[in-house]
Design a protein around this ligand. Structure first.
Ligand SMILES: O=C([O-])[C@@H](O)[C@@H](O)[C@H](O)[C@@H](O)C(=O)[O-]
Ligand SMILES: [Mg+2]
Length: 418
């Protein structure tokens, strides 16, 4: 009997490390290296599907379990592939959200391989694209000019100036606009006292009149502070993202907030949707295929949001081009994408693992690739280089707080802080 060409022969799992600037958030500061894992799903006929997952040793170990589980399965059986990985992880990983990170990355690699076999873009496998390009927002961060010299290592600079006050944030927004043409802006807050961040948003509103603005302090505020900020920025922000923790906390803010509230923190698994809807805790969901079960499940999530009148946006973490391609395909296939998507890509794109040329951020948008699968090609030299960097660096998990403490020993993580 011959082996079907669509059978999965191997899943190659490669951890990588790439440069990241000193971006500040409510939990500390980004380290000089960020971690991801690149997947190559190899079929019996030699077709290779690409995937990209957030890194860190825990996620890596789970992907290694997935790599053993999927061998011999058919690449078109994505539901069975996800169920098999889920079952293999379940004994040690009770959280469906946590298991979702692994199944999602493998699903993207399966869809890339399917598209290559069929000669069709992934967006076609998701029902077809409803837009030819996907809008993204500039993701603004308070940042230091450079990673300071530490433990004998010299300082590490980058091509974005320091941004620690409203003028610095406006300058960063102008650069983002010049370099990528963004027309909407998100500020990562939770770094300075709320009135300083309100001032930064007001400065952006003055510099970019009529442009959509958002603020996301990653739960740095109490319910009272969140309500205060929402009232201050009524008519200025399109939405306020995760001002405070938990569905209950967000529901309390929502009762008194004139602004829509958005989340990528308190509604992160299917079982959270019921309580969030019952309590009217959120008006916008930032979806993320990396943990919602992949691209098809994200499409389904969009339909659920439509049913309950929840608007849709998209979340991002530090990522490279395979993830950007996957985000672009799924966003292209979702009719009710109500807001431009987040992306960290400008902060990290210099170190990408894909061959340049297909995915370009221009005019604040990414054109949906029309080639087979995700439409991007792996740069294997870049992959080898970033894998070596991972091996040599010794960095094995993201630790924004620990890194901040090495620079400012009296730094304390407090959520809420204000
Ligand atoms: O990279 C960061 O510092 C962000 O805060 C990230 O960790 C968040 O996951 C994300 O961007 C968000 O919207 O909350
Ligand atoms: Mg967020």
């Amino acid at each position: 009997m011959t082996t079907p060409a669509t059978r999965i022969r191997e899943l190659v799992v490669t951890p990588i490390a790439f440069s990241d600037p000193p971006l500040l958030n409510s939990g500390g500061v980004h380290e000089p290296l960020a971690l991801r894992v690149i997947l190559r799903l190899v079929l019996e006929d030699g077709t290779v599907g690409l995937g990209e997952s957030p890194g860190g040793v825990t996620r890596l170990e789970r992907l290694m379990v997935a790599a053993k589980t999927v061998v011999g399965m058919d690449v078109f059986d994505t539901t069975a592939v996800a169920a098999a990985i889920d079952a293999a992880l379940l004994p040690g990983v009770p959280s469906s959200h946590e298991r979702g990170w692994t199944t999602s990355a493998v699903e993207v690699a399966c869809l890339d391989a399917q598209g290559k076999l069929l000669g069709r873009p992934v967006s076609d496998l998701l029902g077809g694209r409803v837009r030819d390009s996907v809008p993204f927002a500039a993701y603004l961060f308070y940042k230091w000019a450079e990673h300071p010299a530490l433990d004998g290592r010299p300082a590490i600079g980058d091509d974005w100036p320091e941004a620690l006050d409203p003028a610095g944030i406006v300058e960063q927004a102008r650069l983002m606009q010049q370099r990528y043409g963004f027309t909407s802006f998100k500020l990562k807050g939770g770094v300075f006292p709320p009135d300083e961040e309100i001032a930064a948003i007001r400065a952006l509103a003055e510099a970019f009149p009529g442009r959509p603005l958002r603020l996301d302090p990653n739960t740095a505020w109490t319910v009272e502070t969140s309500t205060y900020v929402a009232r201050q920025l009524d008519g200025v922000l399109e939405y306020l993202e995760d001002p405070t923790a938990t569905i209950e906390g967000m529901a309390s803010v929502a009762r008194d907030s004139p602004l829509p509230l958005a989340t990528n923190m308190c509604v992160i698994a299917w079982e959270h949707l019921g309580p969030a809807v019952e309590q009217n805790a959120i008006q916008v969901l930032l979806t993320d295929h990396h943990y919602w079960g992949g691209l098809r499940r994200t499409r389904e999530l969009a339909a659920v949001c439509e049913a309950f009148g929840i608007a849709l946006s998209m979340h991002s973490n530090s990522h490279l081009g395979i993830s950007l391609a996957a985000m672009t395909h799924v966003a292209a296939a979702i009719p009710n994408l109500d807001h431009s998507c987040d992306t960290h890509y400008p902060w990290n794109s210099a170190d990408d693992v894909i061959v340049p040329g297909v995915l370009e951020l221009a005019d604040g948008e990414v054109k949906v690739p029309t080639g087979p699968g995700l439409g991007v090609e792996l740069d294997t030299d870049a992959l080898d280089r970033l894998h070596r960097r991972y091996l040599d660096s010794g960095v094995r998990r993201r630790d924004d707080t620990g890194y901040m403490r090495r620079i400012q020993p009296d730094y304390e993580l407090r959520l809420p802080r204000w």
